[in-house]
Design a protein around this ligand. Structure first.
Ligand code: ADP
Ligand code: MG
Length: 319
């Protein structure tokens, strides 16, 4: 199977100033936000990247798009290593990969009509004449379920779900192969959330997209993702096919994420094993005897086909 996007041993450190005793002196303290993360998004598949807030998910998404420079590692898009390409060299590759964010309101220019917003990538990439751009923008508004009647409206006239559809339409304008969706439904009401997830699911199969879907909620990615990668404090702690994660999670952190999914029907509610942070971090992942270490990523032990788990306990890991 070909890989649409492959990130290999990606790391990112931020340096924060920490005031020291001397008035003028300040120390730069390294903070490793992403630590040696490798993820493959196969062609026409959806990979869910989950973990609590601050675990490094957005940093991975931004680096994959080269919107943020990695401290180490490689980004391979459709077989081309784009890690070191200059902005000019990157341009054709950038069209193949698009990103959408949670906060669609701030990413839509309030002064532009919706068709102008959707057609903007054509202007940037000098594609089509003015008339064609308008026609194609209307088609895209149709594809995301808004209809061309929205073409002359402005972002402030839309609901949150409709605005997210506009962001998706614009992201699809250049027919990308890879879409990175960073918490695209986190700001939406439950019913609207489901509609946007269904839309992404339909678009994925109709357009053959490969999607890295970032979310802090495991429940959101369940219906969508083929595989799930779980991050904690900048590292991958577990990765497997979606149903493996839900039925056979090995890592205590994944298990705690599963336990935190709200279950509305009290008869179906699992007995919660509330674990303190100390209990959680002291636990060692349960590894079958025949698991072996993955040479590509020595932090991860292989539990079964396509199922990997961080073999180290969480304790002693600094944020
Ligand atoms: P997530 O998307 O999982 O919530 P992020 O990738 O946004 O996590 O952040 C991971 C960590 O990196 C956090 O501790 C955050 O404070 C830090 N971080 C993210 N961006 C920056 C930045 N530009 N400068 C300094 N620290 C950052
Ligand atoms: Mg984030």
């Amino acid at each position: 199977m070909n890989h649409a996007l492959e990130i290999k041993n990606l790391s990112k450190s931020f340096y924060k100033k920490q005031a020291s005793k001397g008035f003028f002196r300040s120390n730069l303290v390294e903070h490793c936000a992403v630590d040696n993360v490798s993820i493959v998004v196969p062609e026409r598949k959806i990979v869910g990247l989950v973990g609590e807030s601050g675990s490094g998910k957005s940093t991975v998404g931004l680096m994959s798009m080269r919107l943020l420079e990695p401290s180490g590692g490689n980004i391979i898009l459709n077989g081309t290593d784009i890690t070191k390409l200059s902005p000019e060299e990157l341009k054709p590759h950038r069209a193949q990969m698009q990103i959408i964010f949670q906060d669609s309101y701030s990413s839509l220019n309030p002064m532009m009509t919706l068709w102008e917003i959707v057609a903007e990538p054509f202007v940037i990439h000098k594609m089509h004449d003015a008339k064609q751009r308008r026609v194609k923008a209307k088609e895209l508004l149709d594809i995301v379920g808004l209809g061309s009647v929205f073409a002359n409206r402005y972002p402030h006239e839309l609901s949150g779900g409709q605005r997210q559809r506009v962001s998706i339409a614009r992201a699809l304008a250049l027919k990308p192969k890879v879409l990175i969706a960073d918490e695209p439904t986190s700001a939406l009401d439950v019913s609207v959330k489901a509609q946007v997830i269904n839309l992404l699911h339909d678009l994925q199969s109709e357009m053959g997209l490969s999607i890295l879907f970032i979310s802090h909620e495991l429940s959101v990615v369940r219906s969508l993702a083929d595989q799930i990668v779980v991050m904690h404090r900048g590292r991958i702690v577990e990765q497997a096919q979606t149903e493996q994660i839900f039925q056979n999670a090995q890592h205590p952190y994944t298990q705690s994420l599963l336990d935190s999914i709200p279950v509305l029907n009290p008869h179906l509610r699992r007995r919660r094993s509330f674990q303190s942070a100390e209990e959680l971090t002291a636990k060692k992942p349960r590894l079958p005897k025949d698991s072996f270490i993955n040479p590509e990523n020595p932090n991860l032990a292989q539990v079964s086909d396509n199922h990997f788990v961080d073999a180290e306990p969480l304790e002693g890991r600094s944020l």
